[in-house]
Design a protein around this ligand. Structure first.
Ligand code: NDP
Length: 493
């Protein structure tokens, strides 16, 4: 029997109004993890009503007190880190080292966002008039709709919901269908930390039945979405018509540039972990390497040799280096692109599903390397979101930068070189939201702004010193105290 789970609306744990449910599965072996409400627009309406009811009291709660609850949530996450990491591996497949990192981002974000409760800085400025005071303050937007993907099922909700709550918003949260359990843990932790009922409402269900009604609901003032470009742009269209504020973090096709003076051993390890960590399903994952022609063949051989040694298996096994893909549809996408890639480059490693008795019930796919791929080949241009790497020859740094910047996406990029001049030129010229030097395209620290250019984002950044921007508006306030002074003058006379 699968364990049945419920939505959280107005502080009550309730089933979908329709009574319908869906199951989620462990991608490593197909075991059922839980049965969750397959909610619909009526559940979203109830969640928004609960968020509306809680809004005034939460907005009037002093920001440092709101922040203390977020801090306490961070403390609970810290105490339960290992248990949460294991639950995440079981739910979406990435290996324990990676799920620990995901949970750690939640802890880091809690501490960082909690600090904002004692800042939330505004601005005072001189007025053009005598006896007038002028200032601007941040105010919450109201109710925020938060829609998240499955690949960072704790970190991404943390980046969004923690600053949104500290800023004084209430929220309706729809997690990905593949990772409802982590969202349930997230919400329970905030409940245990003392968050008042209705401030955070959790509604499980599909994109069309829950996501779309959140986007369209007139009382939801701001939307924060992370996921595919296709869905993000569709949300943007609806939200744009309704005049809503939208933060979008979308797809990627991240490149590592390797110059002919690079340390190839270092670059090999970085490429392998950037391409195959989280089974290639990280938004910052490297899926193309732009290699100087002089070292292309050697690097391709080294990367392929290392990829072949990666140990696949259940992420809960400490010996496992690469877990499964998250679901069957991701496997189908990878298979489609590998078939395309066979005509676009030289297959040096992988190219098929991973076999063996231990793997046959999971969504495992071999780490796959194509070399000598043209820069405009489909496997070098389109987001695959799986363990498939395309290696492209370039003549020099200028060409590498040009190829990098021609992508429709712009999340992260990296350069391996020992030449400080090349490194600085790349830092200046690579048109992505994140640039790494002599480091793979992995990892983001919560105190730096996170986000991408072009098709990856719409100009917003999450986390860092920008964390409050998506969830606050500025209010300008003028105080005219000349009336009081005039009265005082009259009294003195
Ligand atoms: P999807 O876009 O398929 O889904 C993201 C979320 O949107 C899920 O909760 C999904 O629900 C929901 N959704 C789906 N359709 C709609 C809709 N019509 N209206 C409202 N919500 C909807 O992305 P994935 O979950 O598959 O995540 C992978 C993608 O996310 C990749 O493209 C990756 O690059 C990107 N990503 C980007 C990051 C970044 O920071 N730039 C970080 C992480 C991932 P459901 O699950 O129920 O379908």
């Amino acid at each position: 029997m699968a364990q049945p789970f419920l939505n959280s609306i107005g502080g009550q744990w309730v089933p979908a109004a329709s009574g319908r449910t869906f199951f989620n599965h462990n991608p490593a072996n197909g075991e059922v993890i839980g049965e969750f409400p397959a909610s619909g627009p009526e559940d979203v309406a109830a969640a928004v009503a609960a968020a509306e009811k809680a809004r005034r009291a939460w907005r009037l709660t002093p920001a440092p007190k709101r922040a203390e609850i977020v801090y306490r949530a961070g403390e609970i996450v810290r105490e339960r880190k290992e248990e949460l990491a294991r639950a995440m591996t079981r739910e979406m497949g990435k290996i324990l080292i990676e799920t620990r990192g995901d949970v750690q981002e939640g802890i880091d974000m809690a501490y960082l966002a909690a600090g904002e409760g004692r800042r939330l800085y505004g601005v005072t400025t001189p007025s053009e008039m005598p006896n007038k005071w002028a200032m601007s303050v941040r105010v919450p937007v109201g109710i925020v709709g938060v829609i998240t993907p499955w690949n960072f099922p704790f970190a991404i909700p943390s980046w969004k919901l923690m600053p949104a709550l500290v800023a004084g918003n209430t929220a309706v949260f729809k997690p990905a269908g593949d990772t409802p359990e982590m969202a349930r843990h997230f919400t329970k932790i905030f409940e245990a930390a003392g968050l008042p009922p209705g401030v955070l409402n959790l509604v499980f269900g599909s994109g069309s039945q829950v996501g779309t009604p959140i986007v369209a609901h007139p009382r939801v003032g701001a939307l924060s979405f992370t996921g595919s470009t296709e869905v993000g742009l569709a949300i943007n269209e609806v939200a744009g018509r309704l005049g809503k504020r939208v933060t979008l973090e979308m797809g990627g096709k991240n490149a590592i540039i390797v110059m002919d003076d690079a340390d190839l051993a270092l670059a090999t390890e970085a490429v392998v972990w950037s391409a195959f960590g989280t089974t290639g399903q990280r938004c910052t994952a490297c899926s193309r390497v732009l290699v100087h022609a002089r070292v292309h063949d050697e690097l391709a051989q080294r990367v392929a040799a290392r990829a072949k040694t990666l140990r696949l298996g259940d992420g809960l096994d400490p010996a496992t280096e690469m877990g499964p893909l998250v679901n069957a549809s991701q496997v189908a996408t990878v298979e489609k692109y590998v078939a395309i890639g066979r005509n676009e480059g030289a297959l040096l490693a992988g190219g098929g599903r991973a076999g063996g008795a231990a793997l046959e019930r999971g969504h495992f796919y071999q780490p796959t390397v194509f070399a000598d791929v043209k820069a405009d080949a489909r496997v070098a241009v389109e987001e695959i979101f799986g363990p498939v790497l395309a290696m492209v020859k370039v003549a020099d740094l200028e060409e590498a930068v040009e190829v990098n910047n021609a992508s429709e996406y712009g999340l992260s990029s990296s350069i391996f070189t020992r030449d400080v001049n090349r490194a600085f030129a790349a830092m200046r010229d690579l048109d992505t939201g994140i640039v790494y030097v002599n480091h793979g395209t992995t990892g983001a620290e919560t105190h730096l702004p996170f986000g991408g250019t072009r098709g990856t984002g719409n100009g917003h950044r999450e986390a860092g010193h920008t964390m409050l921007d998506p969830f606050t508006e500025w209010k300008s306030i003028y105080v005219d105290f000349s009336g009081h002074l005039q009265r005082a003058q009259i009294d003195n006379n």
